[in-house]
Design a protein around this ligand. Sequence first.
Ligand code: SF4
Length: 256
Amino acid sequence: MLFEDIVFGPIYSRRLNQSLGINLLPSKKKFCNFNCLYCECGWNEDTSKVIDRVHKKEDVFEALNNKLIEINRNNIPVDSITFSGNGEPTLHPNFAEIIDFVIEKRNKYIPNAKISVLTNATTLSDKDVFSALKKVDNPILKLDSAIEKTFYLISNAKKEVVDMDELIENLISFGSYGIIQTILLRGEHNGIVFDNTTDEEFNAYIDVIKKINPRFVMLYPLDRIPPEKNLVKLSQEEIEIFAQKMRLLSIDVKTY
Ligand code: SF4
């Protein structure tokens, strides 16, 4: 599913309730440095020129301001202003500036709404993005595996673009203000079978989670139809078993 508009919704989100979405990425084009097997936006096309077509910050400011005025005037319930959309929002060159603008307008028009950013955490190495994510209410940072082979298989990212060890170090630096999001799944891609719920996966993941010490962890199964067809949607029972193992280690986990 690809979004046309800069601001969309509010729509119901299983994790964030009534969510007003913001898409900083191009209309109807995905832009991400991951290419997750389960990505709801589908897989990347040749993105070499797509970055040139991200929404201009001025257009984002105008679209959001107009929408917040309308929401305020009509008392429309909004629980979260959520950066998601057609790819990785923190890749927008003006991401930090846009966060400051959104905080100011949120405070003015819908002060009870949280600001949430769904991110793959690859840009935590950029100090402006790191600081901006510290300012939002819900920085929701992806970690689907702490084992290199599985990490690159599920994220479908190129090693020369994304360094998993550096990403994990940055998650640890970001620390307990962050919320970790993890999809649990198994399947096959290009003939390679994987499962990020095995004991080996669990142990490696828990080692990292303990070092990050996040505010809490979000666990969830596949939701929409993924671009990789050989994926298995885990049952709610399997998600709960994984969560319960984490809770026994005093880790705060929410399941969806
Ligand atoms: S990080 Fe998010 S936007 Fe990027 S490919 Fe993965 S699911 Fe899609």
